[in-house]
Design a protein around this ligand. Structure first.
Ligand code: MN
Length: 376
């Protein structure tokens, strides 16, 4: 935007020329929509062609950064198939806890370690205690994993003490990105009770450095999947007719893995999963935002919210190695002859997402890449 900024309203320039977009996002959805329309105009109208062309910079010539100064990062757990699969490994007879179908479950993550795609994944060390061991020890994680998630960027915030109604939640969502919630499963298993994830997850969170606007996704919205027979309806503060009709996001998701050996042999990355966000999310983005602020907690422009791991009901759409390898019991076989239960040094994970529908322009959500390197 730097180059074409003199073609934009004077009023917008200052916010858009900042190193981060927080001030711009605080203006809300109307301003965002106006900018999107103005950019369309600049890029398609003959009158602006020359001015635009000299000022545009190719994507491959720039390095993209995290678009906001993230004040807070929260991760939810709305992928019901993921929650069920993981729950089964710990509690075969009661995979989902009784609160799951009432409360969009989440925890506060750490904002300082959210980095753009491409940041190396330094293998974390921590306390781990295999079930058979008598005491824990400190050392590099042996069960390093990824989690396929969407990130939700908060636009306009809310004042402390002022909840966001479900009907107005959309006005607080600036857009979406891809998010990889890297997870050290051995550290997690030992530390997570009673207060939930901590060092097993806050060593790094990678994102695709884009804000895909809700307007761009509008053609790909659909009704929320019907709740299975016998499930409770959302409590009134989380229930909204428009959201029921349009809350699901028709986003295609794909995860690939390439190992050092595969890259040396010139082998294509192995597809670990292919799935869809709408089939995975028990709660919508609006329900997530509304629930987060339902106690009066103030969300701020540029806050980042993870959906939780998005797995489909079928085995080819699982969003983590923990699920794919059944906790390490069924390693993945790769074209190089190697197997993987969890990530080894040199492994590279790429998350991709896109929307496609007849009669609509294809929308990409970019890539979220991370390669594991040995810890220090
Ligand atoms: Mn997660």
């Amino acid at each position: 935007l730097a180059g074409v900024s003199d073609l934009l309203d004077e009023d917008w320039r200052q916010d858009l020329s900042q190193p981060v977009l927080n001030a711009w996002l605080s203006r809300g959805t109307e301003a965002q929509r106006a900018l999107r329309e103005r950019l369309f105009e600049l890029l398609t109208d003959e009158r602006y062609r020359d001015d635009c062309e000299v000022n545009l910079i190719g994507q491959s010539e720039v390095r993209l950064h995290v678009p906001c100064l993230i004040g807070d990062y929260t991760d939810f757990y709305v992928g019901i198939h993921h929650a069920t699969n993981v729950g089964k490994q710990f509690r075969p007879d009661q995979p989902l806890l009784p609160n799951y179908k009432y409360v969009p479950i989440g925890y506060h993550g750490r904002a300082s370690s959210v980095r753009p795609s491409g940041e190396p994944v330094v293998r974390p060390s921590g306390q781990r205690k295999p079930p058979e061991a008598e005491a824990p020890e400190y050392g590099p994680s042996r069960r390093l994993d990824y989690e396929l998630e969407l990130g939700i960027w908060v636009g306009r915030g809310n004042e402390l003490g002022q909840p966001i109604s479900i009907g107005s939640a959309r006005e607080h969502i600036a857009g979406y990105c891809l998010l990889n919630d890297w997870s050290a499963r051995d550290l997690q298993a030992w530390e997570y009770q009673p207060l939930g994830p901590f060092l097993a997850k806050n060593f790094l969170t990678s994102i695709s450095p884009w804000i895909i606007s809700p307007d761009a996704l509008a053609p790909f919205r659909s009704p929320m999947p019907p709740r299975p027979e016998g499930d409770p309806q959302p409590l009134p503060y989380l229930d909204d007719a428009a959201d029921r009709e349009q809350g699901a996001l028709g986003i295609q998701l794909e995860v690939t893995l390439s190992t050092e050996k595969m890259r040396r042999a010139g082998l294509a990355p192995h597809v670990l999963s292919r799935g869809q966000a709408d089939a995975a999310m028990y709660w919508s983005a609006a329900q997530i935002v509304t629930h987060h602020a339902s106690n009066g907690c103030n969300l701020q422009p540029g806050d980042l919210i993870g959906t939780g791991t998005l797995s489909t009901a079928s085995d080819d759409g699982l969003g983590s190695l923990l699920e794919i390898s059944r906790g390490g019991k069924r390693p993945v076989e790769l074209e190089s002859g190697e197997t993987r239960s969890f990530l080894e040094d040199g492994d590279e994970i790429t998350l991709r997402a896109w929307c496609e529908r007849e009669g609509a322009v294809r929308i990409g959500l970019g890539e979220c890449v991370g390669r594991v390197i040995p810890g220090v």
